[in-house]
Structures are given as C-alpha cells and as structure tokens.
Write a protein that binds this ligand. Structure first.
Ligand code: BG6
Length: 488
C-alpha cells in the first residue's frame, strides 16, 4: 500500500460512457455514505468543451439516470466536488492548464495526493502519459489507474504497460478488472480461506470439474468497438480468467496485494494452451430474449463480421492440485438470462452403500456440487444427498437437497454496491489488492493469444446461434463428450 490518501481524483474520459454509467454514480454513492475523504476534489477532463457548471449539469443528468434516488444523498454536496478542464490529450498543449486546475483543487504538494483514472481510448494512453510527465503530474504522490482495454494482445498490452511504467512504478499503477470489485467475487476468497471445510477437498482428488459461466442477455448495445474485441478478449482475457484464478489459486499467506497476486499469477501461468477442438465460438442471429424479438449481431453492427459473441473453452491448470480437472468456461451475449456463476462439481462417492436404493425424483446417487452465484443472485448452494423420510419398506430412498445461503438475507444490513465503488475507494486509499498486476495481465494475454493463433491456424469462424439460446450446439458437445452437462 502506498501511504497517502488522494485528495484529488483526476478523471480522463469524464464525459464518456463509463464515467456516466459507473464512475460518477459510484463516487456520488460513496460521497452520500460519507465514505469519500471530506476534502476529495474530482476534476474531470475530456475533449468536450465544458466549464465546471456544464460538467456538473452533465453529471447531474448521469446520476439521475444511473443512480437510484435513495443512493444519491445530497447531490449538491457531491456536485460541489466536481470541476472540469477541457483537454485534447493527443497534444501536449493543454496539459499545463490541466495541471494548474489540479493544483488549484488540492492541498499543498506534501499533504495531498492525486489519483488519476484513465478511461480513454487506448491510443490516447501514450500521449496522455507524455502530457502528464510534461506537466509534472507523475510525481511520487500520484497514482495511475487504467481501465481496459489495455491492448488487444500481449504485444500491444506490453507496449501500453511500458509507456505507463516509464512514468509510474508498478506500486502506483492500478489496473481495473471491475469483477474484482464485486462483493461476491471477493467472497470467493472468504469462502475458500475463512473456512476449514473446503480447502482439504479443493483439489483433483475430490473435484471432478469446474464450470464458470458469464452469460449476458444484452447484445452489442451500440458499442461498435466490441467488434474489435469479441468475447474472448472482452470477457475471458480479464474477468473470467480472474474468476478462474481465484477458484484455483493456492492459499495466499495474507490478504495483501503481493501475496494474493503472487498466487493468482501462478495459476495463470499454469494454464495449458487450449487446442482448437477445446474451444467453441459463436455469433448470435436474430431471435428472442426475455420475450422480445432482437436482431442478429450483423444487423446490430450494420455489417458482416467474423467476431465471436460467444465462446466456450475447456481449460486446464497444469499443476499438482488441478491435474486432470477441466475448467469449462463459457460466456456470450444474447443468451437466455443474465447470470454469472461458478459450479464446482465434486466426484462420486468411491463406493455406494446404497446400491439398489431408490432415488426419489431423479435417478441414482448424485455427486455433490457447490454453486456460487455471483450475479444477479448472490447465493451459495451446496447440494447434498439426503434420505427421504419414511420407513424404507422398499429400501432407502435418497434425494438431492440444497444447503443454501442467500447472501442478501444473511447480511441484511449490507448495501448492494456498484463494483467500482470499492475499487475507487481502494484507489484513493492506495490499496492494490483488488487490482491486476502487470504479470497477471500478461499471463492472461499469453493464454488468449495462443487460442486466437489456434483459431487462425485452423481457419475457425464462429458458428451461429439464435439469440436467446445457450450458444451454438458445439458448446453443448464440448462438455457432453466428457459426460458433463452445463449447469442451467
Ligand atoms: C465489460 C465488457 O468488461 O463487462 C462488457 O466489456 C460486458 O461487454 C461487461 O457487458 C459485463 O459486466 P457486468 O458487471 O455487467 O457483468
């Protein structure tokens, strides 16, 4: 942890989509809850020619649209924190004026600190860093936070990381993966490492396979830049591999940035390059989601495209703990429901003493499974076999029953927060535990690049699927040939 709390937050891309939907609402909600430092000033910058008042008006509209009224608190006191400086970040010209605005908003050099949040096109990362250096905004009391996309492959990501590293040491660089800001994702660590129950069985002796699903009902949503990425780079490279790392990592020695990230990166480096036949890609065609007709991807995009909007991958972590345990990953847009969940499927008991017993409801003795719901429902369900009450005149009857913890019920006092609230607060305080280190990002890219190379070498193009279905049939075949069904 770097030891200062920022008294200024400088937001690049302040008028953009992420700022309007997530960053300003998160900051306002934190402010309403009294969680932001009293003196924190927020300086927005972007190309739009606004003044302070214009930016505050834009922010007010965004808050009214994207933050529920009960979380807004006194909007006026939040809006008072905001100021704005227009800037064309592609040239050095405006950076001195920006630095003057930032200086004006803050404490003296030695007391204060600056957190910079870069949510701009990756092509502006280099010029922005150069401008900040030129204007003296890269000193010891400045942190840099980066939002994805950080490149499109290992080489371009390394280039961005090099440019940032030339101005900031790694302990002042904060790379966002907003999934790490989700309460239930952090709860994975508590589940695994604050309980003795799971760790002894959390390995290939007892676990048969793991499934990670991130399903979305939305389509392109006007984000035409998605077409440059596709599901593999947009969702797997970051969020899904972070989930996988949290499930598969060894116990860190403490909950701190170095210990946690050291263990995650070992998992990411142990990922075996996936073969073409261990992956499936798809692109949605017109169909219906939640009862409404929706157009196909090509139609939404306005042109033909080979970008995948769905991918399923059978991944392997090549280490002692996970030898022979497949991790099935799947993510896609325009799927039947919005759900993010992790299923841990345990093995069958080694010998059934209930041979010949009747299974009530469904056939046979079912292996246990642990289902960790991340969104929209936050719940943890362990399915167990139990005896159906009765005198057993026809033999013992067994049935699978759920042992269920609904997190919102268990913690009624808890506030459901936007993932960025936690991350922005950690950025302001300087805690890197929930941010992604360079070596992690690079290990993630390495694995993803190898998959894309496989697709290219095998001339694979996405199969089609109807919007509102669970992806192409090949995704079902991917697991069925191992005798596994996707959890639905
Ligand atoms: C973003 C992706 O990182 O995550 C989007 O770029 C995706 O395509 C989004 O929709 C999903 O986030 P969440 O928090 O809604 O699951």
């Amino acid at each position: 942890m770097t030891d200062f709390a920022a008294d200024r937050l400088l937001l690049f891309g302040a008028t953009g989509d992420l700022s309007r939907r997530k960053l300003l609402p998160s900051l306002c909600a934190l402010s309403a809850d009294g969680l932001l430092p009293e003196n924190l000033a927020i300086i927005g910058t972007a190309r739009s020619d606004l003044d302070d008042a214009g930016f505050r008006d834009m922010a007010r509209e965004a808050l009214e649209e994207f933050l529920p009224a009960e979380r807004r608190g006194s909007m006026a006191s939040f809006l008072n924190r905001l100021s704005y400086q227009p800037l064309d970040a592609s040239t050095l010209d405006g950076f001195d004026a920006l630095a003057a605005k930032v200086a004006e908003a803050g404490e003296s050099e030695s007391d204060g600190g600056i957190a910079i949040f870069l949510s701009t096109a990756p092509s502006l990362f280099g010029p922005t860093i150069a401008g900040l250096e030129h204007a003296g905004l890269t000193g010891d009391r400045v942190r840099m936070c980066l939002e994805k996309p950080l490149g499109t492959d290992l080489a371009s990501s390394a280039q961005i990381n090099d440019a940032v590293a030339a101005a900031f040491p790694e302990d002042r660089i904060f790379r966002i993966d907003h999934y790490l800001g989700k309460e239930t994702v952090q709860n994975l660590l508590a589940l695994r490492f604050a309980n003795i129950l799971f760790e002894p069985i959390w390995n290939s002796n007892v676990i048969e396979h793991v499934q990670i699903t991130v399903a979305e009902t939305v389509g392109l949503e006007g984000r035409t830049f998605y077409d440059e990425a596709g599901a593999l780079r947009d969702m797997v490279q970051n969020h899904m591999l972070q989930l996988l790392a949290l499930v598969a990592m060894e116990p860190p020695t403490s909950f701190d940035a170095t210990a946690v990230r050291d263990e995650k990166v070992k998992v990411l480096r142990a990922l075996r390059p996936a073969l073409a036949n261990e992956t499936v890609t798809g692109q949605y065609r017109a169909g219906a989601v939640n009862g409404s007709a929706v157009p196909g991807y090509d139609e939404e995009l306005g042109s033909a495209s080979d970008t995948e909007t769905f991918t399923a991958i059978k991944a392997h972590v090549d280490n002692w703990r996970w030898k022979g345990v497949p991790f099935y990953l799947r993510t896609g847009k325009r799927l039947p429901e919005r759900v993010t969940e992790i299923l841990v499927q345990f093995r069958c008991v080694p010998h059934s003493i209930f041979e010949g017993a009747h299974a009530a409801g469904s056939g046979g003795l079912h292996p246990n499974k642990l289902l960790i719901g991340i969104q929209p429902e936050e719940n943890i369900t362990l399915s167990l076999m139990a005896k159906v009450p009765g005198l057993d005149e026809d033999g013992v009857r067994l049935r699978e029953v759920p042992l269920e913890i609904a997190m919102p019920d268990a913690f009624a006092e808890g506030q459901r927060r936007i993932a960025y609230e936690r991350l922005l607060l950690d950025l302001i305080k300087g805690d890197q535990t929930l941010f992604v280190r360079r070596d992690e990002v690079e290990a993630q890219w390495e694995w993803v690049d190898a998959i894309r190379a496989e697709w290219e070498a095998n001339a694979l193009t996405p199969k089609t699927y109807t919007a509102g279905s669970w992806g192409p049939n090949a995704a079902i075949a991917l697991t069925e040939r191992d005798g596994v069904s996707w959890h639905e």
